[in-house]
Structure formats: structure tokens, C-alpha cells
Design a protein around this ligand. Structure first.
Ligand SMILES: Nc1ncnc2c1ncn2[C@@H]1O[C@H](COP(=O)(O)OP(=O)(O)O)[C@@H](O)[C@H]1O
Ligand SMILES: [Mg+2]
Length: 271
């Protein structure tokens, strides 16, 4: 499948705008473990930016730095032109950065609908007082949020599971619900940590299509960690390659694929 040409058929690929986020010379250590060493790269508005590399390369740590979960000991992160210091995850979320996790992190006993609704929490303006009364402004607001959530459910084609507890769903659908929760935040930058891991081919193709649709229809900028090179080639505008916490390549999928250091890094690595 060439998901890219499929999803953008008829429409020119007009990505690569201004820099939305830049990471400059960041280093992150856990005691003696160097998770990231002196890495710089940027993410431009509207692009799909892949982060690849063998296990333990520092990919998840990088997303955790970008969304304020970890604080690198050295370097700078600039988002929308503003340099950030010790940004907390909820602040990153409020600033428009949403993410999904390598291992699905949903409320297993709650329905699809309610899980996606939790993504709206930050958008809820009325406090607990109004929420408790469940009338007037809070009631109107809740109706608005439900409408957004229902639209996301339609978009992701998960109407049939909207009332089901997510813990009972196949893994591929749980990943889709998690994407739905991130979309409910109406993010400007969406961070996806191995959104296709553990999926069969059909589920992967579905997820590829949804990611491209999000990018094309909503203009959402996407940073994506993925192991499947075919998926990376199909989806991304640019790829940054990490190995042992260092950046070893950065460029278009074709450039990166032909890079000898990248080929060497992947030799003998089973995925
Ligand atoms: N919270 C943590 N505490 C200690 N070490 C960590 C922590 N998070 C990541 N690491 C270490 O940092 C390195 C990079 O891990 P990670 O970012 O998860 O890699 P990847 O996602 O590329 O597989 C690994 O050696 C890992 O053990
Ligand atoms: Mg990881």
C-alpha cells in the first residue's frame, strides 16, 4: 500500500511550513544512563516527522522531553517561538501538545465514549460547581463537548464500540480509541509512540490512513515513533534517526534509507 499517495490523491502535499518545535543540543541522563546525548532537530508546522531507531535508542525519552514529562539536563526546547523551561505535561497539553503511549494507557473499565471524553477535560471551562449542578452553562458546555467527541468517533469509525469498555476491545481498536482521546484535545502537535506496534496488517493500514487523514484534514503536525520502515516511508515527510541516544541521520525517508549509518544500525536488529 502506498498510503501517502492514496490519502492525498488529487491534493498537493503542501507541508513543511515554519518551525513549530525545535530541540537544540539536548542531553538527558538517568543516573549513569545516557538516554539522549546532544540531539538537535526540528518539527515544522504541518509535517509528519518520524523518529526511528533501535530499541533503547532514546525515542520514547525524546517524546517525554517534548511533552514535559522529562526535563533534559542540557539543551533547549522551543515551542511556537517560546523557549520552555521545565514545562509540566499539563502545561504542554494546554499549549496544544497531545500524545499516545507505547503501551496503551486508557481507563480499561470505561467505555470508548467516556475515555475519549477525558481528552476534553482541559477544554472544560466550567468548574465542579456547575458540573455538579448539571444545568445552565455546564449543561451547554457538556453538550458541546459531546458533539466534538461524537465527531471524533465518526471520524475514527468506532461508532459500533462507543458504549463498550475498552479493556474488552482488540488491541488495534484500543490504539484507535487512544488516538481518539488525543484528538479530543484538538492538538496542534500530536506525539504518537509506536501507534502501530502489535497490530496486524489490516489494523496497520487503517491506522496509517487515520494518521494521514488527521494530518491532511485538520493540519495537525505529527511526530511519530515507528519501527515498521514501510510505514515510515509511506507516512513521513522527514525522519530523524537515533541510535544509543545520539542522532545519526536526519532527512527525507529516501535520504535516510540510503544512509550507511542507518543501514548499519538496523543490521541484525530484529523487529
Ligand atoms: N525513567 C527512566 N529511568 C531510567 N532509565 C530510563 C528511563 N527512561 C528511559 N530510560 C533509559 O533510557 C534509554 C532510552 O530508552 P527509551 O527512550 O525508552 O528508548 P526507545 O523508546 O528508543 O526504545 C534506555 O537505556 C532506557 O533504559
Ligand atoms: Mg520506546
Amino acid at each position: 500500500m502506498n498510503a501517502h499517495s492514496m490519502a492525498v490523491a488529487g491534493a498537493p502535499v503542501t507541508h513543511k511550513g515554519e518551525v513549530l518545535l525545535s530541540v537544540e543540543s539536548i542531553s538527558l541522563r538517568f543516573g549513569g544512563v545516557k538516554a539522549i546525548t546532544d540531539v538537535s532537530f526540528d518539527i515544522r508546522k504541518g509535517e509528519v516527522r518520524a523518529i526511528i531507531g533501535p530499541n533503547g535508542a532514546g525515542k520514547t525519552s525524546m517524546l517525554n522531553c517534548i511533552n514535559g514529562f522529562y526535563h533534559p539536563q542540557e539543551g533547549r526546547i522551543t515551542y511556537k517561538g517560546v523557549r520552555r523551561d521545565k514545562m509540566r505535561p499539563h502545561r504542554a497539553a494546554a499549549a496544544g501538545i497531545a500524545r499516545t503511549f507505547q503501551n496503551v494507557a486508557l481507563f480499561k473499565g470505561m467505555s470508548t465514549l467516556d475515555n475519549i471524553m477525558t481528552g476534553r477535560t482541559l477544554k472544560m471551562r466550567k468548574g465542579f460547581f456547575w458540573q455538579a449542578l448539571r444545568h445552565g452553562p455546564a449543561m451547554n458546555e457538556e453538550i458541546e463537548h459531546r458533539k466534538v467527541v461524537e465527531d471524533i468517533i465518526d471520524f475514527l469509525q468506532i461508532q459500533h464500540i462507543r458504549k463498550l469498555p475498552v479493556g474488552k476491545l482488540p488491541y488495534g481498536l484500543q490504539k484507535r480509541v487512544e488516538l481518539g482521546r488525543a484528538l479530543a484535545m484538538e492538538p496542534e502537535l500530536l506525539l504518537l509512540d509506536e501507534p502501530m506496534a502489535g497490530m496486524n496488517l489490516e489494523e496497520k493500514e487503517d491506522m496509517c490512513r487515520f494518521i494521514l487523514d488527521v494530518n491532511n484534514q485538520f493540519g495537525t503536525t505529527i511526530a511519530l515513533i515507528e519501527h515498521d520502515m514501510g510505514v515510515v516511508m509511506d507516512l513521513s515527510d522527514r525522519v530523524v534517526v537515533l541510535e544509543y541516544g545520539r542522532k545519526i541521520a536526519d532527512g527525507t525517508p529516501a535520504e535516510v534509507k540510503a544512509d550507511q549509518r542507518v543501514i548499519d544500525a538496523y543490521l541484525g536488529v530484529a523487529h
